[in-house]
Design a protein around this ligand. Structure first.
Ligand code: F6P
Length: 243
């Protein structure tokens, strides 16, 4: 794993945007795996700024998001489809039909899982996957204990993940109990991975990722076995960890 250090959240977002833009310019028909949550918001803002200024084109880019809450429609302001439209898609020249987010309000969740996995495969897989990390080591919505062999599946969110994501909802009771997420094996099939880590609340997770064992009790630890992972972490996340 390669680690790039940034002074703060803004510099991490800027470096992440430069990383992505370089890949998009090199391969204009790249398949990107995208993440939601607080971490990549600054990255998406930088991509929008660059699109307006330098006209980086997304006409041939295809995107696959990691996850979605079960029970929320794409029009729900807390859905990840809504998040992606708001922070990125509606500000760039990407074709809506090239943007894919798992459906959270499907009548047949199991079919949605296999359909999503097949869709990624039909497109030739993900070239570059963006990831954040949960403080318990989750990636996507793959909570501790998830099998490293897992593909897209339905998960029950842990109380700590529901509590930490409640900040985006009016109250904890509105946070869904289930989500659909790409599995660990799906994520690991990406040819390249860019993990963003910011803030001292993520310091223990970063330390465990860098120095702990590869173990299903800490899902992100599997990244240590991937051949092409870059981490961009800010000083608050790195603290005194020796990198
Ligand atoms: O960036 P945040 O908001 O800290 O969330 C970290 C991770 O948690 C999730 O939002 C899922 O809870 C991931 O998609 C994200 O990478």
């Amino acid at each position: 794993m390669k680690i790039l250090q940034a002074k703060n959240y803004d510099e991490m977002s800027q470096k992440a945007a430069e990383f992505l833009i370089e890949r998009i310019r090199r391969s204009p028909d790249i398949n990107l795996g995208l993440a939601t949550g607080g971490t990549p918001v600054g990255l998406y803002a930088q991509l929008v700024k660059d699109h307006q200024k330098n006209h980086t084109s997304y006409q041939d880019v295809t995107t696959f998001n990691l996850d979605e809450y079960m029970g929320l429609s794409s029009e729900d302001p807390n859905s990840y489809r809504f998040f992606m439209d708001k922070h990125l898609f509606k500000h760039i020249d990407i074709k809506k039909s090239n943007t894919h987010v798992p459906l959270g309000d499907t009548a047949n969740p199991q079919k949605q899982c296999s359909d999503y996995e097949n869709l990624i495969e039909r497109h030739g897989g993900i070239d570059l996957q963006i990831l954040g990390i949960g403080s318990n080591g989750h990636i996507g919505f793959n909570e501790p204990g998830t099998s490293f062999q897992s593909e897209t599946h339905i998960v029950e969110l842990t109380p700590s993940t529901r509590e930490s994501n409640a900040r985006y909802f009016n109250s904890l009771s509105e946070v869904p109990f289930h989500a659909i997420t790409m599995g660990i094996a799906s994520i690991m099939r990406s040819r390249e991975i860019l993990l963003l880590v910011s803030g001292n609340a993520k310091r223990d997770a970063l330390e465990q990722l860098l120095q702990g064992e590869v173990n299903e009790s800490f899902p992100a630890s599997i990244l240590r076995t991937h051949p092409a992972v870059t981490i961009i972490a800010d000083e608050a996340a790195i603290g005194s960890i020796v990198v």
